[in-house]
Ligand binder design. Structure first.
Ligand SMILES: Nc1ncnc2c1ncn2[C@@H]1O[C@H](COP(=O)(O)OP(=O)(O)OP(=O)(O)O)[C@@H](O)[C@H]1O
Ligand SMILES: [Mg+2]
Length: 409
């Protein structure tokens, strides 16, 4: 029998990661392939060269498929992000029959489907996640299956994405002859691998700091409650360093990773570093603390944008579980201390852990969303006719198909 592989493809603006896994006989997850390559064809989180992005995905797939062999993937879950992501919570009183009935799974499906927004030609729905049900106006439950009720109200968290951005990103996968089983907001994917059950319950905020984006998901009462994207990531620090020191972007990146810090008070005031000269200039010596100061200002500004984005959700305070930061940008030295200093809330630097069989190579913040996509793929396997991915996916395919036909004709 052909092996059943699960695949996550995380198209980040800095790096594209493919992880292929297989579930072993004892339910353990076996990673059978990893490919990670620098992303080309994206600028500030948006696709700006379809051919280059296709080649990026091809390279990452090629590395990951060394074990499985080319062409053996049965489809992938693809992580997407960008400013085109939006979310809202929809409450619907979709069932009111006037008589008591037992709520079965097809009723639940109907209720969830009632939360799909009206067809909007500009956006596609990625997720409709039921977060709670109110039975007869007073009994709130997350799982109404088998319960008696006269009326049921459903609340769902709906995440959508700009159709064109989504289509451009997915083309890089389908043009490599890998079908898309579902598109997943990268913030939700990252949460899948790092947010603990307790953090979901008491409420917390997942913050995935990538190269050009910061993905945010607020958890409340066990479920995602607000999803958004701030179009700023770690490369703004690199750009600052390059500009300030007059060095190329790549050298700025190296300096940031080796010596960057966002808490000048934690850096030895006399420590010097040597930075390369640019275009024939001599090497320069600079104080490490002098680099930390502008990084601190930038990160304080970044934090202001993040807290603004969280308060736009309507939350009056950050949930008591605090912030869970992940993604490559979260590795910036001093970041948890900077957040602590400014917000006085718990902060945790997170990476995928506690997953049986996960190689240590993947236990790093930059892999959170790719590992989460793989977990998502395993969790949603066999959900052929269930919501939300499959239903919505066939709708997206229909829409995309129609548009393509229209373009050809
Ligand atoms: N040790 C480090 N210190 C500071 N920054 C780091 C470190 N390691 C990686 N980064 C930064 O992390 C960012 C890349 O993170 P990641 O791989 O999560 O991004 P991405 O997923 O490709 O991008 P996005 O999520 O925005 O689409 C880069 O800006 C990189 O400079
Ligand atoms: Mg990312």
């Amino acid at each position: 029998m052909k092996d059943k592989f699960h695949t996550g493809i995380d198209i980040g603006s800095g790096y594209t990661t493919v992880i292929i896994g297989r579930v072993g006989s004892e339910g353990e997850l076996k990673i059978v392939g990893v490919g990670r390559t620098v992303t080309k064809g994206m600028n500030r989180g948006l696709v700006d060269d379809v051919g280059e992005l296709k080649e990026t995905v091809r390279l990452a797939l090629e590395h990951a498929e060394e074990y499985t062999g080319r062409g053996n993937l049965t489809g992938a879950y693809v992580g997407v992000t960008g400013q085109g992501i939006s979310s809202k919570n929809v409450i619907n009183l979709a069932l009111h029959k006037g008589q008591t009935e037992i709520i079965n799974s097809s009723r639940i499906r109907e209720l969830v489907e009632s939360c799909y927004p009206e067809n909007d030609p500009l956006t596609d729905v990625l997720h409709v996640i039921p977060v709670g049900f109110n039975l007869d106006g007073y009994n709130r439950t997350r799982n109404p299956l088998g319960l008696h009720a006269k009326t049921v109200e459903i609340e769902s968290h709906v995440v959508s994405m700009n159709s064109i951005d989504l289509r451009n990103a997915l083309k890089s996968v389908t043009s490599n002859k890998v079908s898309v089983n579902g598109a997943v907001f990268q913030g939700l994917a990252a949460a899948e691998s790092v947010i603990t059950g307790d953090e979901r319950e008491i409420g917390s905020v997942l913050i995935d700091i990538g190269e050009s984006t910061t993905d945010i998901v607020v958890f409340k009462e066990g479920s995602p409650w607000y999803s958004t994207v701030v179009p700023v990531g770690g490369n703004m620090i690199t750009r600052d360093i390059s500009a300030a020191l007059g060095v190329p972007f790549r050298a700025g990146e190296e300096i940031k990773i080796k010596y960057g810090h966002c808490m000048p008070s934690m850096v030895n005031s006399n420590e010097e570093i040597v930075v390369p000269g640019f275009q024939g200039d001599d090497k320069k010596t600079v104080l490490k603390r002098d680099i930390a100061m502008p990084i601190q200002s930038r990160m304080v500004e970044w934090l202001r944008l993040v807290t603004q984005a969280i308060s736009a959700s309507g939350l009056r305070a950050i949930p008591s579980g605090g912030l869970v930061i992940t993604g490559g940008g979260s590795k910036l030295n001093g970041l948890t201390e900077l957040i602590n200093d400014n917000l006085e809330i718990p902060v945790r630097l997170a990476y995928p852990t506690g997953i049986k069989g996960l190689p240590t190579q993947l236990q790093k913040p930059e892999y959170s969303s790719a590992v989460g996509l793989l977990l998502w793929a395993v969790k949603h396997q066999g959900e052929k006719q269930s919501y939300p991915q499959e239903n919505i996916w066939s709708q997206i395919k229909k829409i995309v198909g129609k548009k393509e036909r229209a373009m050809v004709g």
